[in-house]
Design a binder for this molecule. Structure first.
Ligand code: PHE
Ligand code: CO
Length: 287
């Protein structure tokens, strides 16, 4: 997902892909992957949804340096027909949607610097591969991602990309999934972040509310800090079902007549899992 006003860097193919150039990674690059990997796999077993942990296992992601996209794609292809391709950074929406619609996940090939372990703005190979790829080995989630790409192509023609991006944001990047009386993590932006993996489940600050497609598409989001609100899906099956069986055309039109919902708002119809204190976000504003 990205803005449209970027020009294709020299050396990229027409579809914006490049070679991963695996042999160019330094020992420090691989060590950065290993440190990040180790931190997350210590934290996630009790927090992430089991389908995510299964994906890590099945794809044999490990603490053995940055994975080779070719080998990773071979395993992923056998599981669900997806591939991982390298890009230098963010790509235009149309390019992104075209890759997803064809079951190709675009991953940044660079890795963050050692002083950026906890935060960086642009998605790097750790976020993209560790965060996103494990669930692509799950058949239902794999279908959801492809459907999203096709939905994106349609949304582009209808001038509704912004609405649709909210769905990506609140599911693929920052989604929680119901698990008994509590919730587990599945969003890539959370599971690839040491600090948000704790915050998203344990902190009293954010709201956690049940997934409602139309409500979600009216809700603003923030890209600069921990989320103030998380949407909790019932299951991947339900997410795929609801999104596939809803015609977004009329929905986009309806939404044009309805105001956006502020990030921290809770509405009477919401299925509230947690009513957050918003203390974290407020302290940041006051500081
Ligand atoms: N059903 C959506 C449409 O009519 C497409 C879509 C499917 C979007 C799955 C997101 C996820 O546009
Ligand atoms: Co991402």
């Amino acid at each position: 997902m990205a803005d449209v006003n970027i020009t294709r860097p020299e050396g990229t193919a027409k579809d914006w892909t490049i070679s991963q150039n695996w042999s160019a990674y330094t020992a420090q690059d691989h060590a950065t992957w290993d440190r990040l990997f180790e931190r997350q796999v210590r934290l996630l077993p009790d927090r992430a949804t089991p389908e995510f942990m299964d994906g890590l296992d099945m794809l044999r992601l490990s603490k053995a340096g940055i994975p080779d996209f070719g080998e990773l794609s071979d395993r992923l292809m056998k599981a669900t027909g997806w591939q991982v391709v390298a890009v230098p950074g963010l790509v235009p929406d149309a390019v992104f949607f075209d890759h997803l619609a064809n079951r190709r996940f675009v991953a940044g090939n660079f890795i963050r610097r050692p002083d950026q372990l906890d935060y960086l703005q642009e998605p790097d190979v750790f976020h993209d591969v560790f965060g996103h790829v494990p669930l692509l080995a799950h058949p239902v989630f794999a279908d959801y991602m492809q459907a999203y790409g096709i939905g994106g192509q349609r949304a582009a023609g209808l001038g509704a990309i912004e609405r649709l991006s909210r769905l990506y944001w609140y599911t693929v990047e920052f989604g929680l999934v119901k698990s008994g009386d509590t919730a587990r993590l599945y969003g890539a932006g959370i599971v690839s972040s040491f600090t948000e993996s704790v915050f998203a489940l344990d902190d009293p600050s954010p709201n956690r509310i049940g997934f409602d497609l139309k409500r979600l598409m009216r809700t603003k989001y923030r890209i600069d800090d921990f989320q103030q609100n998380y949407f909790v899906i019932d299951s991947f099956e339900d997410l795929l079902d609801q999104t596939l069986n809803t015609d977004f055309g009329p929905l986009y039109l309806e939404l044009e007549r309805e105001p956006d919902i502020e990030i921290e708002a809770i509405l009477p119809a919401d299925r509230v899992f947690t009513k957050g204190t918003q203390s974290y976000a407020r302290a940041k504003v006051a500081a």
